[in-house]
Design a protein around this ligand. Structure first.
Ligand SMILES: NC(=O)c1ccc[n+]([C@@H]2O[C@H](COP(=O)([O-])OP(=O)(O)OC[C@H]3O[C@@H](n4cnc5c(N)ncnc54)[C@H](O)[C@@H]3O)[C@@H](O)[C@H]2O)c1
Length: 349
């Protein structure tokens, strides 16, 4: 089996997760790293035993490096489009973090380029690899709860809530992030709905900024927050499947709570990141008699993100792998949510 030489761009918090996942998969060797801070280059370079000549301040040099077979990009959102463009230009396969781009306008020229010259590409919609969600998809597809009529998805985190007094970091800066919790956590909810049910056809939305000012981490001065920290929307999906969505980073006590409830003609499924290896399945056992059970997720639903990335790099097309078009479409739907909020009208997709 081939081992893949990876160039890792962006060496902050989430990069450590990618490092752990690559190590666990066993088929990836990080041969080059890139970051704009010397400190991160030194620290992660030493951690991974990367020689100084393979620690790049400029990500373009890492992408061009012939000792890099594929790129993993884990930078803040304003760099996503530049890295994807450079990978397409250099014909280098990549896994890029979500959201696909900062704003939809950045995504459009990327699609044109990709259609002219595609490369193997994966967008890190990580929750497609949560076993409970993958099993829920299988049960839905096998018709185990009948025709799906509606669903709710929520993605709650608590780190941004008032008691934590989080200062004005890049995640609140519109120039860097594009949107707030919408692009951060909402992009995962949108991807989950597409993964489970198909396409968005129409939606309406409301965004809100709960904490309108945060303090500058250096000067302590108050800075206005221009992005949302609460987002809700409702959508009609293919086949008149109706869905409601809510996300916030201000849910006190929530760590990483991403949950789906799916309502079909003959049953219901509840799946959550709080219990990744089980789901709750409610079904009609006999006319008028309902059985509620916590079911263990079967082994074949425990696929990992990096097992799929390895398969992609070997030329396979794993079922459910979040590819370039999933990233592009996700960004288009994020844009529709923004427009629906601004116009207070239903947006058709
Ligand atoms: N898939 C998931 O579940 C998930 C979870 C968390 C974060 N993310 C995504 O991961 C990305 C990074 O988030 P994070 O929490 O690691 O952020 P972070 O701020 O902790 O780290 C980002 C790193 O990128 C570096 N960087 C900035 N500009 C760069 C450039 N031009 N070239 C190279 N490096 C650059 C920064 O110096 C920093 O070290 C975000 O897009 C976020 O949405 C995804």
């Amino acid at each position: 089996m081939t081992n893949f030489r990876i160039g890792l761009i962006g060496l902050g918090g989430m990069a450590q997760e990618h490092i752990r996942w690559m190590k666990a998969e066993g088929r990836f060797e990080i041969t080059a790293v890139s970051d704009v801070t010397e400190e991160a280059l030194l620290q992660v370079g030493e951690q991974l035993g990367i020689t100084p000549d393979k620690r790049y301040a400029d990500f373009a040099r890492l992408i061009e490096d012939p000792d890099v077979d594929a790129v993993v990009s884990v930078t803040p959102n304003h760099v996503h489009a530049d890295i994807v463009r450079a990978c397409l230009q250099a014909r280098k396969p990549f896994m890029a973090e979500k959201p696909f781009t900062r704003v939809f306008e950045e995504a459009v020229p990327l699609l044109e380029r990709y259609e002219r010259q595609p490369v193997p590409a994966m967008i890190a919609f990580t929750y497609r690899y949560t076993p409970a969600f993958r099993y829920a998809r299988e049960l839905v597809r096998d018709g185990k709860i009948g025709t799906v009529r509606s669903f709710s998805i929520q993605y709650l985190q608590g780190w941004g809530a008032a008691p934590n007094k989080v200062p004005y970091i890049w995640r609140f800066n519109k120039e860097i992030t594009g949107t707030g919790t919408l692009g951060d956590l909402g992009s995962h909810m949108i991807d989950m709905a597409r993964f489970l049910f198909g396409e968005f056809e129409a939606l309406s939305a409301q965004l809100h900024t709960i904490i309108p000012e945060r303090s500058d981490p250096v000067t302590g001065a108050a800075v206005r927050v221009e992005v949302d920290d609460f987002a809700s929307f409702q959508a009609r999906m293919t086949g008149d499947v109706m869905g409601v969505f809510q996300t916030t980073r201000n849910a006190v006590g929530s760590g990483n709570q991403h949950e789906v409830s799916i309502y079909g003609d003959t049953g219901t499924i509840h799946a959550s990141t709080l219990n990744q290896d089980q789901l709750v399945w409610i079904r009609e056992e006999a006319p008028g008699q309902f059985m509620r059970a916590a079911i263990d997720v079967p082994r074949h639903c425990k696929v990992t993100q990096y097992a799929d990335f390895a398969a992609l790099l070997e030329g396979a097309a794993p079922d459910g792998l979040p590819g370039f078009m999933d990233g592009y479409r996700n960004q288009e739907i994020l844009d529709a949510v923004i427009r629906a909020n601004e116009t207070k009208a239903v947006v058709h997709l």
